[in-house]
Design a protein around this ligand. Structure first.
Ligand code: AMP
Length: 291
């Protein structure tokens, strides 16, 4: 499996492939790969001739009290998993100094999408989305893909990146891939590995909460307060769960919704702590049109 670790090496590789008329997909990840990541990779391989999977634990999207140091890293396992999907995948794995030559803290240039980062996770993870949009910009400039693949598991990230690409007129198509779940509904996540057995047993409550909202919206419930209440009561019953937020927002602006309009696309999203481990889940749902 080919691995590229420098920006200039990655750009040169993409220039050659593009000159040959081949289409290039980028799947950005932080490694610790699981079925959720592999679904993105498979989708990318269906749509493009060449697939780049970037593996980079980006320091600028972690807050000072977050899990940057303990985030799971296992390059050998990740490359083995990828080669089982497709041995022609190229891994782009730059070091921190390659991406941030002066060190992350000394960087003076940032990409920031306004307003959309004020809601949901953004209220609690200051600077997180600025780190994400900055690193995704750097990855797009290094890899020069035709299409880039993101999971809907990180719904706010997806909405923000789509908006960034539109506002900055990047020549790339952003493709969203549905959430991959374990058999009991828990969304696959690198952070699930931190859960104790009893936390793991309670964790599908996030899925049950957002699925309950999906059902109620489809059945015509318009009052956001009632939907939030039902998510909270499901989460409160899960042993060891501490709710960070449970919200229903507009799917495009991410502004909280009071009363859902007929035909409106909304996003129900939750973030919950089990001990130090923070899990998220969500569902996009369209309200029925007026009868
Ligand atoms: P991460 O390595 O956590 O930064 O995730 C890399 C990409 O994989 C992001 O676009 C995530 O949204 C996506 N992803 C992570 N978990 C899942 C999942 N369970 N289902 C679908 N996509 C996922």
């Amino acid at each position: 499996m080919e691995m590229i670790t420098t920006v200039s090496g990655m750009q040169a590789w993409s220039d050659v492939r593009r000159a040959e008329g081949r289409t290039i997909a980028l799947v950005p990840t932080m490694g610790a790969l699981h079925e959720g990541h592999l679904a993105l990779v498979r989708r990318a391989a269906e749509r493009c001739d060449d697939v780049i999977v970037s593996i980079f634990v980006n320091p600028t999207q972690f807050g000072p009290d977050e899990d940057f140091d303990r985030y799971p890293r296992d390059m050998e396992r990740d490359t083995t998993l990828l080669s089982e999907v497709d041995s022609s995948i190229v891994v782009y794995a730059p070091g921190v100094r390659e991406v941030y030559p002066d060190g992350p803290a000394a960087s003076l240039t940032w990409v920031e999408v306004e307003r959309l980062d004020r809601h949901l996770c953004g209220q609690f993870r200051e600077g997180h989305f600025r780190g994400v949009t900055t690193v995704v910009t750097k990855l797009l400039l290094a890899c020069k893909p035709d299409e880039a693949f993101f999971g809907l598991k990180d719904a706010q990230q997806f909405v923000i990146i789509e908006r960034m690409v539109r506002d900055l007129q990047f020549d790339v198509e952003i493709v969203g891939v549905p959430i991959v779940r374990e058999e009991d509904g828990l969304a696959a996540s690198s952070r699930n590995a931190y859960l104790t057995p009893s936390q793991r047993a309670s964790a599908p409550a996030l899925f049950h909460a957002v699925r309950a909202v999906e059902r109620q919206v489809v059945e015509g419930e318009q009052r956001s307060e009632a939907l939030v209440e039902s998510m909270r009561s499901i989460l409160q019953e899960a042993e060891g769960a501490e709710i960070e937020y449970a919200e229903v927002v507009d799917a495009e602006s991410l502004e909280p919704v009071d009363r859902i309009r007929p035909g409106q696309d909304v996003l129900a999203a939750v973030a919950v702590y089990f001990g130090d481990t923070r899990l998220i889940d969500n569902v996009f749902v369209r309200a029925p049109e007026a009868a």
